[in-house]
Design a protein around this ligand. Sequence first.
Ligand code: AMP
Length: 430
Amino acid sequence: MDPSSPIQLVKGFKDILPGESELWQYIERTAISLFEDFGFREIRIPIMEKTELFARGIGEVTDIVEKEMYTFSDRGGDMLTLRPEATASICRSYIQHKMAAQDPVRKFYTIGPMFRRERPQKGRYRQFYQIDAEVLGIAGPHADSELILLAHTLFQRLAVTDTVCRLNSLGCPVCRPKFKAALSALLDSAASSLCPDCLRRKDKNPLRVLDCKAAGCRAAMEDAPMIIDFLCDECRCHFEAVTDTLSQLNVPFEIDKHLVRGLDYYTRTAFEIQTHALGAQSAVAGGGRYDGLVEVLGGPPTPAIGFAVGFDRLAEIVGATTVIPARPVDLFIAALGDTARRLAFEWSMTLKLAGITTEMIVDDKSLKAQMKQANRLGANQVLIMGEAELADGTVVLRDMATKAQRDIPVEAVLTTVTDLFSGIRNKTCV
Ligand code: AMP
């Protein structure tokens, strides 16, 4: 490798550049305001955790833990992992800070990057972002419906209207063993058609075979038993209550009896939100109930449910129809000569501190070059000040849209500009 050649980013990682970041901020603001309406509080968790947290919390026999984690031993020999999802970390934090002792019911959201070493393609990255919501401490079905309503509303508020929520119940430790036994019997008889991964999974995590995309496995699973037919009375009642409430709340959903989730800790409600806008990577959010996880991680028995929205995919859909412009430059100061430039710099700092976006070129440039820069920045107004104008005690203020110019006395510049922009802002607020 030529030591002077530019260094590229890591495969599957990406930059979010100005132009796109405004859209990301808009999505973030929309999500945060909605979370706050629903009483969720932000939690910020580390990007790195002990590997054991994910091995225990997600399950050893999952794609994420088996193949996709960024795991390494640090200089002290500790095994660490870049977080592939947020749920396990949030539960770790809930346990570590003994939150259940004060108030077991907690509603959290977090927004940030996750890391999975998957095969990169459009809509699938190795560093991707998730908008994540978790409710801990509520077992009842209304928590499931509320959370699904929340996810649905986020898409609605962002004008993503073609989503469909696929819904299933994965049962609980009472009813799932019977289903697993029936599934395992089928898997044994269909072993010759299964892919090598599923042959390995079939004994340890047979549910995952239902999820496999390999043609042989899909064909073998066509006649697979459905977990929904094996639900115990409590799980059936819970599921019915969730679907009834969703109907009352006018949240559209479809029951998908084949839906399973890639992670081991899901119980009862599992859901995925899909959209046609994305082609192959159609899932834009996924979630479900994980009543056993907090206990598996060493905490008190705590029912819980959550979801994660794929931020990158959401940004792609929203960005196809929505442009969020960058904040425009309010004022450009075109100054000619040392004295004018010094005063212009002082004014520009004062105006920035007053909330008026003010730009200038601090080097010695021609008026033409400065006006070109003002145009490039889309400045609303330009203040033109040369040595001659200053000697006269006036500068010129040019409205870039109407091209109207007026002379302003030097001592009135700051108040005139401040008044002008507070007037413009008030008008836009109305
Ligand atoms: P999961 O945590 O696997 O349930 O994923 C939740 C959501 O995160 C998915 O519906 C996707 O929208 C998104 N997602 C998962 N993996 C990736 C990835 N590698 N790249 C981009 N988005 C992803």
